[in-house]
Design a protein around this ligand. Structure first.
Ligand SMILES: [Ca+2]
Length: 150
């Protein structure tokens, strides 16, 4: 079909919210895909990804979660292949809500040469990082008179 390498298959998302769908969604996705999507938040922002629909070719011999053999969606907490893998998903079970810790989420969508399903759609949102402990700012107000008198 020629999706590979097209704008449908490699895309960066930088607006504050948006939708990511498999190529051709809601129709069946093409075979032999190696798609890559990156959601890139500005500094001090994080990304939350929420799946709305999910239907990828199932692996009937699936032993454990993440053992998908045919079609799968990988979600990385950062750059693809090099950052921690949050999960590998296939079948019809909708993945849990996913949050980045680095302001960057990557999705790798792989399909093999046979059996296509409807694919996936997900919504992402960027939000300000929650203030972490190391960013506490301590201010000491002046000691009230009267409390120090003996
Ligand atoms: Ca397939």
């Amino acid at each position: 079909m020629g999706y590979a390498g097209s704008e449908f298959c490699f895309r960066n998302f930088t607006s504050s919210s948006g939708m990511i769908e498999s190529p051709g969604f809601p129709d069946k996705y093409p075979h032999n895909l190696e798609c890559s999507y990156m959601i890139i938040a500005p500094p001090h922002m994080d990304v939350t990804l929420t799946f709305l629909t999910f239907d990828l070719e199932n692996d009937p011999l699936l032993v454990g979660e993440g053992d998908c053999k045919y079609d799968w969606l990988d979600v990385w907490d950062g750059l693809p292949q090099v950052s921690p893998l949050i999960g590998r998903y296939c079948g019809t079970k909708i993945p849990p809500e996913i949050q980045s810790s680095s302001g960057l989420l990557s999705l790798s969508f792989h399909t093999d040469m046979a059996v296509a399903k409807d694919g996936f759609s997900a919504r992402y949102n960027m939000s300000h990082k929650e203030v972490s402990d190391c960013e506490w700012q301590i201010t000491v107000s002046s000691v009230r008179r009267g409390e120090q008198t003996p």
